[in-house]
Design a protein around this ligand. Structure first.
Ligand SMILES: C[S@@+](CC[C@H](N)C(=O)[O-])C[C@H]1O[C@@H](n2cnc3c(N)ncnc32)[C@H](O)[C@@H]1O
Ligand SMILES: O=C(O)C(=O)C[C@]1(C(=O)O)C=C[C@@H](O)C=C1
Length: 244
């Protein structure tokens, strides 16, 4: 078993809250952290498998960009049971990749998985039928996002799919306030204290930059995708399916 712990990273008062990073401490608590923090995560993961099954084509590559511990990777792998594809999972956090290796070893899927520790902005996307960005693009600098999405669209075959899950924000601000409040209610219902919520909020402020659903849709269309649908939303977390 890979050792994993409950998330109490922000439970005690910190003198100074530093920027959130995907380091060893986060990697150790990550399964607990993401499930308790992202409304709908436990629904989105199996649906990534289902979407992969529909769009994957034998003889192509499937990519999971920002794979963390491989939850989305393994969902994709299970969706590949009827296809001969190579699954390429990439993350630039060494702590995540080291642990991800163990989770992949423990899994009984058959599709070969290539695990790479690399910056997804620097890797080539080629001969692809399915690409997943499950809560990763939000951590990429905004000015780098158009090029990243254009590279993905260029690397996909016609009819190929990008699954893009993101935290989003809303305009007008009243809508934002309602959905953000419900997100914090979700965290509280999952056992996070007000202190944990506020310290994590400060840690993420400069690191996780959400955009509106409209901005995401327009940029995907501008990047070369022919259609974009929101297939899932819970509060301020959404998942889009973009088809080339
Ligand atoms: C919220 S997690 C992704 C969760 C994962 N996809 C899942 O479904 O469980 C975001 C991941 O993106 C990775 N990441 C952020 N920026 C990256 C970059 N430029 N290149 C590669 N990975 C990156 C982080 O290290 C982190 O593991
Ligand atoms: O928005 C928040 O408050 C979160 O905790 C979200 C979020 C995410 O969307 O990735 C941020 C960091 C961790 O990876 C887990 C969850």
């Amino acid at each position: 078993m890979v050792d994993q712990k409950p998330d109490n990273i922000y439970a005690s008062p910190l003198d100074r809250v530093t920027d959130f990073a995907f380091d060893d401490a986060v990697a150790r608590v990550f399964p607990d952290m993401i499930q308790r923090s992202v409304p709908g995560y436990t629904t989105i993961i199996p649906m990534i498998g289902l979407i992969t099954e529909r769009y994957a084509k034998s003889g192509t590559n499937c990519y999971d960009l920002g794979c963390s511990l491989g939850a989305s990777t393994l969902a994709m792998r299970h969706g590949l049971k009827n296809n001969q594809c190579t699954l390429i999972a990439i993350d630039n956090s060494e702590a995540m990749i080291k642990r991800c290796e163990h989770y992949i070893e423990l899994d009984n899927g058959v599709a070969p998985v290539e695990l790479r520790c690399d910056d997804i902005r620097d890797v080539e996307i080629e001969n692809a039928s399915v690409v997943t960005l499950n809560f990763t693009l939000q951590f990429i600098r905004q000015e780098d996002r158009p090029e990243m999405l254009k590279k993905i669209a260029d690397g996909l075959h016609d009819g190929g799919a990008l699954i893009l899950s993101e935290k989003v924000y809303f305009e007008p601000s009243q809508e934002q306030e309602i959905l953000e409040t419900l997100h914090y209610d979700f965290k509280r219902a999952n056992g996070y204290s007000d202190l944990e919520i506020s310290q994590k909020r400060s840690a993420l402020e400069q690191v996780l930059i959400p955009e509106t659903i409209e901005e995401h849709k327009q940029r995907l269309l501008d990047s070369g995708f022919s259609s974009v649908a929101v297939w899932y939303q819970c509060f301020n977390f959404v998942s889009l399916l973009a088809i080339k």
